[in-house]
Design a protein around this ligand. Structure first.
Ligand SMILES: *[C@@H]1O[C@H](CO)[C@@H](O)[C@H](O)[C@H]1NC(C)=O
Ligand SMILES: *[C@@H]1O[C@H](CO)[C@@H](O)[C@H](O)[C@H]1NC(C)=O
Ligand SMILES: *[C@@H]1O[C@H](CO)[C@@H](O)[C@H](O)[C@H]1NC(C)=O
Ligand SMILES: *[C@@H]1O[C@H](CO)[C@@H](O)[C@H](O)[C@H]1NC(C)=O
Length: 568
Protein backbone atom coordinates (compact mmCIF):
# COMPACT_ATOMS: atom_id res chain seq x y z
CA UNK A 1 0.00 0.00 0.00
CA UNK A 2 2.74 2.33 1.02
CA UNK A 3 4.82 1.29 -1.94
CA UNK A 4 1.93 1.90 -4.27
CA UNK A 5 1.35 5.32 -2.87
CA UNK A 6 5.03 6.05 -3.10
CA UNK A 7 5.12 4.70 -6.57
CA UNK A 8 2.35 6.98 -7.64
CA UNK A 9 4.16 9.94 -6.23
CA UNK A 10 7.28 8.70 -7.87
CA UNK A 11 5.75 8.49 -11.25
CA UNK A 12 4.23 11.88 -10.97
CA UNK A 13 7.45 13.40 -9.86
CA UNK A 14 9.75 11.33 -11.98
CA UNK A 15 12.14 10.38 -9.25
CA UNK A 16 12.83 7.16 -7.52
CA UNK A 17 14.76 6.17 -4.50
CA UNK A 18 15.45 2.59 -3.69
CA UNK A 19 16.68 1.81 -0.27
CA UNK A 20 17.71 -1.45 1.21
CA UNK A 21 19.73 -1.07 4.26
CA UNK A 22 21.89 -2.57 6.91
CA UNK A 23 21.33 -1.40 10.41
CA UNK A 24 24.08 -2.38 12.80
CA UNK A 25 21.90 -2.72 15.85
CA UNK A 26 18.81 -4.62 14.88
CA UNK A 27 20.66 -7.88 14.63
CA UNK A 28 18.01 -10.51 14.97
CA UNK A 29 16.38 -10.33 11.54
CA UNK A 30 19.77 -9.88 9.93
CA UNK A 31 21.16 -13.02 11.55
CA UNK A 32 18.13 -15.05 10.59
CA UNK A 33 18.34 -13.90 7.02
CA UNK A 34 22.08 -14.44 6.91
CA UNK A 35 21.50 -18.13 7.46
CA UNK A 36 19.06 -18.27 4.59
CA UNK A 37 21.53 -16.72 2.22
CA UNK A 38 23.89 -18.87 0.14
CA UNK A 39 27.56 -18.59 1.09
CA UNK A 40 29.66 -15.95 -0.58
CA UNK A 41 31.01 -16.66 -4.06
CA UNK A 42 28.25 -19.06 -5.06
CA UNK A 43 25.84 -16.47 -6.27
CA UNK A 44 25.46 -14.62 -9.50
CA UNK A 45 26.79 -11.06 -9.46
CA UNK A 46 24.49 -8.39 -8.25
CA UNK A 47 23.16 -6.14 -10.91
CA UNK A 48 21.92 -2.73 -10.26
CA UNK A 49 20.26 -1.05 -13.10
CA UNK A 50 17.04 0.26 -14.40
CA UNK A 51 15.26 0.39 -17.66
CA UNK A 52 12.40 2.34 -18.90
CA UNK A 53 10.82 3.54 -22.09
CA UNK A 54 7.75 3.44 -24.20
CA UNK A 55 6.56 0.02 -25.23
CA UNK A 56 8.32 0.39 -28.57
CA UNK A 57 11.55 1.82 -27.30
CA UNK A 58 13.35 0.52 -24.25
CA UNK A 59 16.37 2.05 -22.82
CA UNK A 60 18.42 0.09 -20.38
CA UNK A 61 21.35 1.23 -18.35
CA UNK A 62 23.58 -0.56 -15.94
CA UNK A 63 25.95 0.80 -13.38
CA UNK A 64 29.22 -1.08 -13.72
CA UNK A 65 31.56 -2.36 -11.01
CA UNK A 66 28.95 -2.29 -8.31
CA UNK A 67 29.86 -4.75 -5.58
CA UNK A 68 26.96 -5.69 -3.44
CA UNK A 69 27.44 -9.43 -3.34
CA UNK A 70 29.24 -9.71 -0.04
CA UNK A 71 26.51 -11.12 2.18
CA UNK A 72 26.01 -7.82 3.95
CA UNK A 73 23.27 -5.26 3.92
CA UNK A 74 23.65 -2.15 1.85
CA UNK A 75 21.91 1.13 1.44
CA UNK A 76 21.21 1.66 -2.23
CA UNK A 77 19.87 4.99 -3.36
CA UNK A 78 18.84 5.29 -6.98
CA UNK A 79 17.67 8.66 -8.24
CA UNK A 80 16.31 9.47 -11.67
CA UNK A 81 15.62 12.96 -12.98
CA UNK A 82 15.22 13.81 -16.65
CA UNK A 83 18.11 12.23 -18.52
CA UNK A 84 20.18 11.72 -15.36
CA UNK A 85 20.44 8.78 -13.05
CA UNK A 86 22.59 8.46 -9.98
CA UNK A 87 23.41 5.55 -7.75
CA UNK A 88 24.79 5.84 -4.23
CA UNK A 89 25.79 2.75 -2.31
CA UNK A 90 26.29 2.85 1.43
CA UNK A 91 26.41 6.60 1.28
CA UNK A 92 29.72 6.51 -0.56
CA UNK A 93 30.59 8.25 -3.83
CA UNK A 94 27.66 8.84 -6.13
CA UNK A 95 27.89 7.22 -9.56
CA UNK A 96 26.22 9.22 -12.29
CA UNK A 97 24.92 8.25 -15.72
CA UNK A 98 23.37 10.24 -18.49
CA UNK A 99 21.08 8.57 -20.93
CA UNK A 100 19.99 9.41 -24.40
CA UNK A 101 16.36 9.26 -23.59
CA UNK A 102 14.87 11.40 -20.86
CA UNK A 103 12.60 9.92 -18.30
CA UNK A 104 9.08 10.70 -19.55
CA UNK A 105 7.44 13.73 -18.02
CA UNK A 106 4.16 11.92 -17.49
CA UNK A 107 3.29 8.28 -17.11
CA UNK A 108 0.00 6.58 -16.68
CA UNK A 109 -0.04 4.41 -13.59
CA UNK A 110 -3.43 2.93 -14.32
CA UNK A 111 -3.34 -0.84 -14.12
CA UNK A 112 0.21 -0.84 -12.85
CA UNK A 113 1.35 -3.80 -10.82
CA UNK A 114 4.02 -3.82 -8.23
CA UNK A 115 6.08 -6.89 -7.50
CA UNK A 116 8.26 -6.99 -4.48
CA UNK A 117 10.23 -10.06 -3.67
CA UNK A 118 9.79 -12.82 -6.20
CA UNK A 119 12.17 -15.72 -5.91
CA UNK A 120 11.87 -16.98 -9.43
CA UNK A 121 15.22 -16.17 -10.93
CA UNK A 122 17.70 -17.36 -8.37
CA UNK A 123 17.01 -19.86 -5.72
CA UNK A 124 17.58 -18.62 -2.25
CA UNK A 125 17.63 -15.01 -3.32
CA UNK A 126 14.93 -12.55 -3.96
CA UNK A 127 14.66 -10.74 -7.20
CA UNK A 128 12.95 -7.50 -6.78
CA UNK A 129 11.23 -6.15 -9.78
CA UNK A 130 9.08 -3.15 -9.52
CA UNK A 131 6.95 -2.20 -12.43
CA UNK A 132 5.12 0.98 -13.17
CA UNK A 133 3.31 0.59 -16.46
CA UNK A 134 5.96 0.93 -19.16
CA UNK A 135 8.67 1.67 -16.74
CA UNK A 136 10.57 -0.60 -14.44
CA UNK A 137 13.74 -0.94 -12.52
CA UNK A 138 15.29 -3.88 -10.82
CA UNK A 139 17.62 -4.51 -8.00
CA UNK A 140 18.64 -8.11 -7.66
CA UNK A 141 19.45 -9.36 -4.24
CA UNK A 142 17.58 -9.69 -1.04
CA UNK A 143 15.69 -6.57 -0.24
CA UNK A 144 14.78 -5.65 3.27
CA UNK A 145 13.10 -2.33 2.75
CA UNK A 146 12.04 -0.36 -0.27
CA UNK A 147 11.19 3.29 0.00
CA UNK A 148 10.04 5.41 -2.91
CA UNK A 149 10.50 9.11 -2.56
CA UNK A 150 9.52 12.03 -4.70
CA UNK A 151 12.14 14.70 -5.30
CA UNK A 152 15.16 14.77 -7.52
CA UNK A 153 17.54 13.17 -5.07
CA UNK A 154 17.03 11.81 -1.58
CA UNK A 155 20.71 11.01 -1.08
CA UNK A 156 21.38 13.95 1.24
CA UNK A 157 18.46 12.91 3.41
CA UNK A 158 19.37 9.26 3.64
CA UNK A 159 23.09 9.86 3.84
CA UNK A 160 23.75 12.74 6.15
CA UNK A 161 26.91 10.98 7.23
CA UNK A 162 29.56 9.02 5.37
CA UNK A 163 29.16 6.16 7.83
CA UNK A 164 26.39 4.05 6.36
CA UNK A 165 25.63 2.30 9.62
CA UNK A 166 24.22 5.57 10.84
CA UNK A 167 21.89 5.97 7.90
CA UNK A 168 18.30 5.51 8.81
CA UNK A 169 15.65 2.98 8.04
CA UNK A 170 12.34 4.69 8.30
CA UNK A 171 9.25 5.81 6.52
CA UNK A 172 10.19 9.21 5.22
CA UNK A 173 7.88 11.95 6.40
CA UNK A 174 7.38 13.03 2.83
CA UNK A 175 5.38 9.86 2.22
CA UNK A 176 3.01 10.74 4.98
CA UNK A 177 2.18 14.19 3.74
CA UNK A 178 -0.14 14.46 0.76
CA UNK A 179 -1.06 15.77 -1.66
CA UNK A 180 2.13 16.47 -3.51
CA UNK A 181 2.04 18.82 -6.43
CA UNK A 182 3.09 17.04 -9.62
CA UNK A 183 3.99 20.32 -11.25
CA UNK A 184 6.04 21.52 -8.35
CA UNK A 185 8.99 23.42 -9.69
CA UNK A 186 12.43 22.05 -9.10
CA UNK A 187 13.49 19.27 -6.81
CA UNK A 188 12.18 18.91 -3.28
CA UNK A 189 15.16 19.14 -1.02
CA UNK A 190 14.90 17.88 2.52
CA UNK A 191 15.59 20.42 5.20
CA UNK A 192 18.02 19.63 7.98
CA UNK A 193 16.60 18.64 11.35
CA UNK A 194 18.49 17.56 14.40
CA UNK A 195 18.93 13.79 14.59
CA UNK A 196 20.37 11.41 17.15
CA UNK A 197 23.85 10.23 16.23
CA UNK A 198 25.15 8.44 19.29
CA UNK A 199 24.90 8.40 23.06
CA UNK A 200 27.90 9.45 25.08
CA UNK A 201 28.93 8.98 28.71
CA UNK A 202 28.66 12.41 30.28
CA UNK A 203 28.58 12.38 34.05
CA UNK A 204 28.84 9.99 37.00
CA UNK A 205 26.65 11.16 39.85
CA UNK A 206 27.11 9.54 43.25
CA UNK A 207 24.05 9.96 45.44
CA UNK A 208 24.00 9.36 49.20
CA UNK A 209 22.37 5.93 48.73
CA UNK A 210 20.62 3.85 46.06
CA UNK A 211 18.25 5.93 43.92
CA UNK A 212 14.85 4.58 42.90
CA UNK A 213 13.66 7.57 40.97
CA UNK A 214 14.84 10.88 39.63
CA UNK A 215 12.46 13.74 38.92
CA UNK A 216 13.67 16.61 36.75
CA UNK A 217 11.90 19.96 36.95
CA UNK A 218 12.60 23.63 36.67
CA UNK A 219 11.83 26.51 38.98
CA UNK A 220 11.25 29.75 37.07
CA UNK A 221 14.17 32.15 37.40
CA UNK A 222 16.04 29.58 39.53
CA UNK A 223 16.97 26.91 37.03
CA UNK A 224 16.87 23.17 36.50
CA UNK A 225 16.58 20.80 39.46
CA UNK A 226 16.59 17.07 40.06
CA UNK A 227 15.04 15.30 43.03
CA UNK A 228 16.57 11.89 43.74
CA UNK A 229 14.53 9.37 45.74
CA UNK A 230 17.15 7.71 47.92
CA UNK A 231 16.79 4.63 50.05
CA UNK A 232 18.52 5.69 53.28
CA UNK A 233 16.74 7.96 55.76
CA UNK A 234 19.92 9.82 56.66
CA UNK A 235 20.72 12.20 55.13
CA UNK A 236 17.66 11.14 53.10
CA UNK A 237 17.00 12.22 49.56
CA UNK A 238 18.88 14.85 47.61
CA UNK A 239 17.65 17.81 45.60
CA UNK A 240 20.25 18.72 42.99
CA UNK A 241 20.62 21.86 40.92
CA UNK A 242 22.09 21.91 37.42
CA UNK A 243 25.11 24.15 37.76
CA UNK A 244 27.84 24.59 35.16
CA UNK A 245 26.91 21.48 33.25
CA UNK A 246 26.55 19.18 36.23
CA UNK A 247 24.14 18.33 39.06
CA UNK A 248 25.25 19.83 42.41
CA UNK A 249 23.64 18.82 45.70
CA UNK A 250 21.33 21.67 46.70
CA UNK A 251 19.21 20.40 49.60
CA UNK A 252 18.97 17.27 51.76
CA UNK A 253 15.46 16.13 52.67
CA UNK A 254 14.91 13.38 55.20
CA UNK A 255 12.78 10.63 53.62
CA UNK A 256 11.80 7.07 54.61
CA UNK A 257 12.98 4.66 51.90
CA UNK A 258 11.87 7.11 49.24
CA UNK A 259 10.70 5.46 46.04
CA UNK A 260 9.59 8.41 43.92
CA UNK A 261 9.33 12.18 43.70
CA UNK A 262 6.70 14.09 41.77
CA UNK A 263 6.90 17.79 40.97
CA UNK A 264 3.78 19.86 40.29
CA UNK A 265 2.56 23.43 40.39
CA UNK A 266 -0.71 24.94 41.54
CA UNK A 267 -1.85 28.30 40.28
CA UNK A 268 -3.46 30.34 42.98
CA UNK A 269 -5.26 33.63 42.86
CA UNK A 270 -3.85 35.75 45.64
CA UNK A 271 -5.14 39.10 46.85
CA UNK A 272 -2.43 41.70 46.98
CA UNK A 273 -3.25 44.85 48.97
CA UNK A 274 -1.37 48.06 49.40
CA UNK A 275 -2.52 51.34 50.96
CA UNK A 276 -4.22 52.45 47.77
CA UNK A 277 -5.03 49.33 45.72
CA UNK A 278 -6.09 45.74 46.00
CA UNK A 279 -5.79 43.28 43.14
CA UNK A 280 -5.94 39.59 42.33
CA UNK A 281 -2.69 38.11 41.11
CA UNK A 282 -1.95 34.67 39.78
CA UNK A 283 0.70 32.98 41.81
CA UNK A 284 2.38 29.73 40.93
CA UNK A 285 3.17 27.49 43.87
CA UNK A 286 5.79 24.83 43.33
CA UNK A 287 5.45 21.49 45.10
CA UNK A 288 7.32 18.24 45.43
CA UNK A 289 5.73 15.13 46.89
CA UNK A 290 7.72 12.11 47.99
CA UNK A 291 6.54 8.48 48.07
CA UNK A 292 7.93 7.00 51.28
CA UNK A 293 7.85 3.21 51.19
CA UNK A 294 9.10 2.35 54.67
CA UNK A 295 6.75 -0.15 56.25
CA UNK A 296 6.62 1.27 59.78
CA UNK A 297 3.51 2.74 61.34
CA UNK A 298 2.47 5.43 60.79
CA UNK A 299 3.21 5.24 57.07
CA UNK A 300 3.44 8.78 55.86
CA UNK A 301 4.37 10.53 52.63
CA UNK A 302 5.13 14.22 52.56
CA UNK A 303 4.32 17.17 50.29
CA UNK A 304 6.93 19.94 50.21
CA UNK A 305 6.44 23.46 48.92
CA UNK A 306 9.10 25.72 47.47
CA UNK A 307 9.68 28.72 49.69
CA UNK A 308 10.74 31.64 47.48
CA UNK A 309 12.25 33.61 50.32
CA UNK A 310 14.29 30.80 51.86
CA UNK A 311 15.01 29.26 48.45
CA UNK A 312 14.33 25.72 49.54
CA UNK A 313 11.58 23.16 49.88
CA UNK A 314 9.68 23.17 53.17
CA UNK A 315 7.25 20.60 54.53
CA UNK A 316 3.66 21.44 53.60
CA UNK A 317 1.44 18.42 54.36
CA UNK A 318 1.74 14.76 55.34
CA UNK A 319 -0.59 12.07 54.04
CA UNK A 320 -1.08 8.50 55.19
CA UNK A 321 0.15 6.10 52.51
CA UNK A 322 0.98 2.37 52.42
CA UNK A 323 4.42 1.48 51.10
CA UNK A 324 3.95 4.29 48.59
CA UNK A 325 5.96 3.80 45.42
CA UNK A 326 4.63 6.51 43.13
CA UNK A 327 2.69 9.77 42.94
CA UNK A 328 1.01 11.30 39.91
CA UNK A 329 -0.15 14.91 39.77
CA UNK A 330 -2.74 16.20 37.31
CA UNK A 331 -5.45 18.76 36.89
CA UNK A 332 -8.94 18.52 35.48
CA UNK A 333 -10.92 21.71 34.79
CA UNK A 334 -8.43 23.70 36.89
CA UNK A 335 -8.81 21.43 39.90
CA UNK A 336 -5.50 19.98 41.09
CA UNK A 337 -5.29 16.30 42.01
CA UNK A 338 -2.73 13.87 43.35
CA UNK A 339 -2.93 10.11 43.27
CA UNK A 340 -0.73 7.75 45.25
CA UNK A 341 0.26 4.19 44.36
CA UNK A 342 -0.16 2.31 47.64
CA UNK A 343 1.78 -0.88 47.10
CA UNK A 344 1.21 -2.86 50.28
CA UNK A 345 -0.16 -2.30 53.77
CA UNK A 346 2.45 -2.83 56.51
CA UNK A 347 -0.13 -3.93 59.09
CA UNK A 348 -1.21 -7.11 57.27
CA UNK A 349 1.14 -7.19 54.25
CA UNK A 350 -1.90 -7.01 51.99
CA UNK A 351 -1.32 -5.92 48.40
CA UNK A 352 -5.03 -5.63 47.57
CA UNK A 353 -5.72 -2.26 49.11
CA UNK A 354 -6.90 1.17 48.02
CA UNK A 355 -4.89 3.77 46.22
CA UNK A 356 -6.15 7.26 46.91
CA UNK A 357 -6.91 10.30 44.75
CA UNK A 358 -6.59 13.62 46.59
CA UNK A 359 -7.97 16.96 45.49
CA UNK A 360 -6.53 20.36 46.35
CA UNK A 361 -8.79 22.51 48.47
CA UNK A 362 -7.94 26.13 47.60
CA UNK A 363 -9.48 27.38 50.84
CA UNK A 364 -7.59 25.18 53.28
CA UNK A 365 -4.61 24.90 50.88
CA UNK A 366 -4.48 21.20 51.62
CA UNK A 367 -5.10 18.01 49.67
CA UNK A 368 -8.25 16.11 50.68
CA UNK A 369 -9.43 12.61 49.74
CA UNK A 370 -11.55 12.69 46.58
CA UNK A 371 -11.79 9.03 45.54
CA UNK A 372 -10.29 5.64 46.39
CA UNK A 373 -9.56 2.96 43.81
CA UNK A 374 -8.86 -0.67 44.53
CA UNK A 375 -5.38 -1.74 43.37
CA UNK A 376 -3.12 -4.81 43.65
CA UNK A 377 0.45 -3.97 44.52
CA UNK A 378 0.11 -0.64 42.68
CA UNK A 379 3.45 0.53 41.33
CA UNK A 380 2.76 3.43 38.99
CA UNK A 381 0.03 5.87 38.01
CA UNK A 382 -0.08 7.81 34.75
CA UNK A 383 -2.57 10.50 33.85
CA UNK A 384 -3.24 11.32 30.20
CA UNK A 385 -5.72 13.17 28.09
CA UNK A 386 -7.06 12.17 24.69
CA UNK A 387 -9.28 14.79 23.11
CA UNK A 388 -11.83 15.84 25.73
CA UNK A 389 -11.29 12.70 27.87
CA UNK A 390 -9.09 12.34 30.92
CA UNK A 391 -7.63 8.98 31.88
CA UNK A 392 -5.68 7.40 34.70
CA UNK A 393 -3.89 4.10 34.33
CA UNK A 394 -2.46 2.04 37.16
CA UNK A 395 0.30 -0.56 36.99
CA UNK A 396 -0.78 -3.43 39.26
CA UNK A 397 2.25 -5.56 40.08
CA UNK A 398 1.17 -8.34 42.39
CA UNK A 399 -1.98 -9.54 44.17
CA UNK A 400 -0.25 -11.68 46.79
CA UNK A 401 -0.20 -14.83 44.63
CA UNK A 402 0.66 -13.92 41.07
CA UNK A 403 2.05 -11.13 38.95
CA UNK A 404 -0.34 -12.04 36.11
CA UNK A 405 -2.93 -9.49 37.14
CA UNK A 406 -4.80 -6.93 35.16
CA UNK A 407 -3.89 -3.27 35.23
CA UNK A 408 -6.73 -0.84 34.84
CA UNK A 409 -7.34 2.24 32.73
CA UNK A 410 -9.91 4.62 34.24
CA UNK A 411 -11.79 7.39 32.50
CA UNK A 412 -13.10 10.56 34.15
CA UNK A 413 -16.90 10.63 33.89
CA UNK A 414 -19.45 12.46 36.03
CA UNK A 415 -16.88 13.80 38.46
CA UNK A 416 -15.05 10.55 39.21
CA UNK A 417 -12.82 7.92 37.62
CA UNK A 418 -14.61 4.85 36.23
CA UNK A 419 -13.14 1.66 34.77
CA UNK A 420 -12.45 2.04 31.04
CA UNK A 421 -10.41 -1.07 30.23
CA UNK A 422 -8.51 -3.84 32.00
CA UNK A 423 -5.25 -4.93 30.43
CA UNK A 424 -3.51 -8.18 31.37
CA UNK A 425 -0.01 -7.38 32.62
CA UNK A 426 2.83 -9.39 34.18
CA UNK A 427 4.26 -7.65 37.22
CA UNK A 428 3.57 -4.24 35.65
CA UNK A 429 5.83 -1.56 37.08
CA UNK A 430 5.39 1.40 34.76
CA UNK A 431 3.11 2.91 32.15
CA UNK A 432 4.39 5.45 29.64
CA UNK A 433 2.01 7.42 27.44
CA UNK A 434 2.92 9.23 24.24
CA UNK A 435 1.52 10.19 20.87
CA UNK A 436 3.07 10.05 17.44
CA UNK A 437 1.50 11.73 14.40
CA UNK A 438 -1.96 11.81 15.93
CA UNK A 439 -1.80 8.20 17.15
CA UNK A 440 -1.98 7.52 20.86
CA UNK A 441 0.14 4.88 22.61
CA UNK A 442 0.58 3.33 26.06
CA UNK A 443 3.64 1.23 26.90
CA UNK A 444 3.74 -1.09 29.89
CA UNK A 445 6.91 -2.33 31.60
CA UNK A 446 6.37 -5.97 32.65
CA UNK A 447 8.91 -6.95 35.28
CA UNK A 448 8.51 -10.52 36.37
CA UNK A 449 6.50 -13.67 35.86
CA UNK A 450 6.25 -15.69 39.06
CA UNK A 451 5.79 -19.38 38.73
CA UNK A 452 4.37 -21.74 41.34
CA UNK A 453 7.14 -24.19 40.47
CA UNK A 454 10.56 -23.07 39.47
CA UNK A 455 12.14 -19.65 39.52
CA UNK A 456 10.61 -16.43 38.30
CA UNK A 457 11.02 -15.34 34.71
CA UNK A 458 12.46 -11.90 34.11
CA UNK A 459 13.06 -11.96 30.36
CA UNK A 460 9.50 -11.40 29.23
CA UNK A 461 7.68 -9.14 26.83
CA UNK A 462 6.71 -5.62 27.63
CA UNK A 463 4.01 -4.26 25.36
CA UNK A 464 3.13 -1.08 23.51
CA UNK A 465 -0.64 -0.56 23.05
CA UNK A 466 -2.32 1.80 20.64
CA UNK A 467 -5.67 3.46 21.13
CA UNK A 468 -8.01 2.28 18.41
CA UNK A 469 -10.46 5.04 17.58
CA UNK A 470 -12.97 2.58 16.12
CA UNK A 471 -13.22 0.14 19.01
CA UNK A 472 -12.31 2.83 21.57
CA UNK A 473 -9.95 0.44 23.30
CA UNK A 474 -6.22 0.04 23.60
CA UNK A 475 -4.98 -2.72 21.33
CA UNK A 476 -1.60 -4.51 21.39
CA UNK A 477 0.73 -2.77 18.94
CA UNK A 478 4.15 -4.29 19.65
CA UNK A 479 5.79 -6.73 22.05
CA UNK A 480 9.32 -5.92 23.09
CA UNK A 481 11.48 -8.42 24.98
CA UNK A 482 12.70 -6.82 28.19
CA UNK A 483 14.59 -8.02 31.27
CA UNK A 484 12.64 -7.14 34.38
CA UNK A 485 11.64 -3.83 32.84
CA UNK A 486 10.91 -1.22 35.49
CA UNK A 487 10.62 1.98 33.47
CA UNK A 488 9.90 3.30 29.98
CA UNK A 489 10.82 6.81 28.96
CA UNK A 490 9.64 8.40 25.72
CA UNK A 491 11.61 11.29 24.26
CA UNK A 492 12.14 13.10 20.99
CA UNK A 493 15.23 14.42 19.25
CA UNK A 494 14.36 16.74 16.37
CA UNK A 495 11.64 14.88 14.49
CA UNK A 496 12.65 11.46 15.75
CA UNK A 497 10.84 9.60 18.54
CA UNK A 498 12.48 7.22 20.98
CA UNK A 499 11.68 4.90 23.83
CA UNK A 500 14.28 3.80 26.35
CA UNK A 501 13.65 0.88 28.67
CA UNK A 502 15.17 0.27 32.10
CA UNK A 503 16.19 -3.40 32.06
CA UNK A 504 16.99 -4.19 35.67
CA UNK A 505 17.53 -7.93 36.09
CA UNK A 506 17.66 -11.14 34.09
CA UNK A 507 17.47 -13.62 36.95
CA UNK A 508 21.18 -13.71 37.66
CA UNK A 509 22.64 -10.27 37.05
CA UNK A 510 21.78 -6.60 37.47
CA UNK A 511 24.44 -5.60 35.00
CA UNK A 512 22.39 -5.35 31.83
CA UNK A 513 22.02 -3.19 28.80
CA UNK A 514 19.14 -0.78 28.70
CA UNK A 515 17.97 -0.29 25.15
CA UNK A 516 16.99 2.81 23.19
CA UNK A 517 14.36 2.12 20.52
CA UNK A 518 13.61 4.44 17.63
CA UNK A 519 10.15 4.82 16.12
CA UNK A 520 10.34 3.59 12.56
CA UNK A 521 6.77 3.85 11.33
CA UNK A 522 5.37 0.54 10.17
CA UNK A 523 8.31 -1.30 11.77
CA UNK A 524 7.32 0.10 15.15
CA UNK A 525 10.12 0.59 17.66
CA UNK A 526 13.50 -0.76 16.53
CA UNK A 527 16.54 -1.04 18.86
CA UNK A 528 19.23 1.49 17.96
CA UNK A 529 21.44 1.83 21.04
CA UNK A 530 22.40 -0.35 23.99
CA UNK A 531 23.51 1.40 27.12
CA UNK A 532 25.27 -0.54 29.88
CA UNK A 533 23.44 -0.08 33.19
CA UNK A 534 23.60 -1.58 36.65
CA UNK A 535 20.37 -2.17 38.56
CA UNK A 536 18.71 0.38 36.32
CA UNK A 537 15.56 1.71 37.92
CA UNK A 538 14.56 4.94 36.18
CA UNK A 539 15.31 6.83 32.97
CA UNK A 540 14.63 10.51 32.47
CA UNK A 541 15.26 12.72 29.48
CA UNK A 542 16.04 16.40 29.91
CA UNK A 543 17.41 19.31 27.94
CA UNK A 544 19.60 22.22 28.95
CA UNK A 545 21.47 24.91 27.04
CA UNK A 546 24.26 22.32 26.82
CA UNK A 547 22.06 19.93 24.86
CA UNK A 548 19.90 16.90 25.38
CA UNK A 549 20.57 14.27 28.05
CA UNK A 550 19.41 10.98 29.51
CA UNK A 551 19.92 10.10 33.15
CA UNK A 552 19.43 6.75 34.78
CA UNK A 553 19.33 5.93 38.46
CA UNK A 554 20.26 2.63 40.06
CA UNK A 555 18.34 0.67 42.68
CA UNK A 556 21.46 -1.37 43.51
CA UNK A 557 24.21 1.24 43.51
CA UNK A 558 24.84 4.85 44.52
CA UNK A 559 25.93 5.62 41.00
CA UNK A 560 23.51 7.41 38.69
CA UNK A 561 24.73 8.18 35.20
CA UNK A 562 24.07 11.01 32.78
CA UNK A 563 24.43 10.38 29.04
CA UNK A 564 24.61 13.07 26.41
CA UNK A 565 22.64 12.64 23.21
CA UNK A 566 24.98 13.63 20.40
CA UNK A 567 23.17 14.89 17.35
CA UNK A 568 24.20 15.87 13.84
C1 LIG B 1 23.66 16.97 52.87
O1 LIG B 1 24.06 15.94 53.76
C2 LIG B 1 25.41 15.53 53.59
C3 LIG B 1 25.65 14.34 54.49
O2 LIG B 1 25.17 14.55 55.78
C4 LIG B 1 26.33 16.70 53.92
O3 LIG B 1 27.69 16.33 53.74
C5 LIG B 1 26.01 17.84 52.99
O4 LIG B 1 26.77 18.99 53.32
C6 LIG B 1 24.53 18.19 53.04
N1 LIG B 1 24.29 19.13 51.95
C7 LIG B 1 23.45 20.16 52.04
C8 LIG B 1 23.32 21.02 50.83
O5 LIG B 1 22.78 20.37 53.02
C1 LIG C 1 -8.72 27.63 34.13
O1 LIG C 1 -7.95 28.74 34.50
C2 LIG C 1 -7.56 29.57 33.44
C3 LIG C 1 -6.64 30.64 33.97
O2 LIG C 1 -7.02 31.09 35.21
C4 LIG C 1 -8.81 30.15 32.76
O3 LIG C 1 -8.44 30.95 31.67
C5 LIG C 1 -9.69 29.00 32.29
O4 LIG C 1 -10.89 29.51 31.77
C6 LIG C 1 -10.01 28.05 33.43
N1 LIG C 1 -10.69 26.88 32.90
C7 LIG C 1 -11.74 26.31 33.48
C8 LIG C 1 -12.30 25.11 32.81
O5 LIG C 1 -12.21 26.73 34.51
C1 LIG D 1 -14.02 14.85 43.50
O1 LIG D 1 -13.71 15.96 42.66
C2 LIG D 1 -14.67 16.20 41.65
C3 LIG D 1 -14.13 17.30 40.74
O2 LIG D 1 -13.95 18.50 41.40
C4 LIG D 1 -16.00 16.57 42.29
O3 LIG D 1 -16.97 16.78 41.27
C5 LIG D 1 -16.44 15.43 43.19
O4 LIG D 1 -17.61 15.78 43.89
C6 LIG D 1 -15.35 15.11 44.21
N1 LIG D 1 -15.73 13.93 44.95
C7 LIG D 1 -15.66 13.86 46.26
C8 LIG D 1 -16.13 12.57 46.88
O5 LIG D 1 -15.25 14.79 46.94
C1 LIG E 1 7.17 -11.90 22.85
O1 LIG E 1 6.26 -11.52 21.85
C2 LIG E 1 6.52 -12.11 20.59
C3 LIG E 1 5.60 -11.47 19.58
O2 LIG E 1 4.30 -11.31 20.09
C4 LIG E 1 6.35 -13.61 20.70
O3 LIG E 1 6.63 -14.22 19.47
C5 LIG E 1 7.32 -14.13 21.75
O4 LIG E 1 7.14 -15.51 21.95
C6 LIG E 1 7.13 -13.41 23.06
N1 LIG E 1 8.22 -13.77 23.96
C7 LIG E 1 8.04 -14.08 25.23
C8 LIG E 1 9.27 -14.40 26.02
O5 LIG E 1 6.93 -14.08 25.75
Amino acid sequence: MLACRGLLLTCLLLTTTVQSQRSCTDLLPLDLLARALPPQGQTPPTQVGHRFGASSMWSQMNFKDVTLDDNRWHTVVLAITGPYASLTIDCGLTLGLQQVQSFPSSLSTRGSRVYIGTRRRWRGRFTVIQTCSHWSFCVKGLMRQLVLLPGSDATPRLCPTSDPSLAELSVPNVLKSTPLQPDQEGPIYPYGKERLDYVEDYLDLYTSSETFDVEIFSIPSEGLFMAAANRDSRPGSGIYKWTEGSFQLYQNISTQEARAWKHFTIDEKVKKRSWFWSSLLRDSQIFLVVANSREAEPELSVIYRWNWRRQRFLRHQTLETHSAVDWEAFSIHNHSFLVVANHRRARDSNHNIHSVIYKWNPNTKLFEVNQTLSTSGAYDWEFFTVGPYHFLVVANTFDGHTTAVSSTIYVWLDGCFQTFQNIQTVGATDWETFHIDGRFFLAVANSQKVSSRGPSLYSINSTVYELNALTQTFIRFQDILTHSAVDWEFFTVGDEKFLVVANSHDGSSYSLNSVVYRWQGYEGFVPVHSLPTFGCRDWEHFSTDKGSFLIYSSATSRLSKVFKLRTY
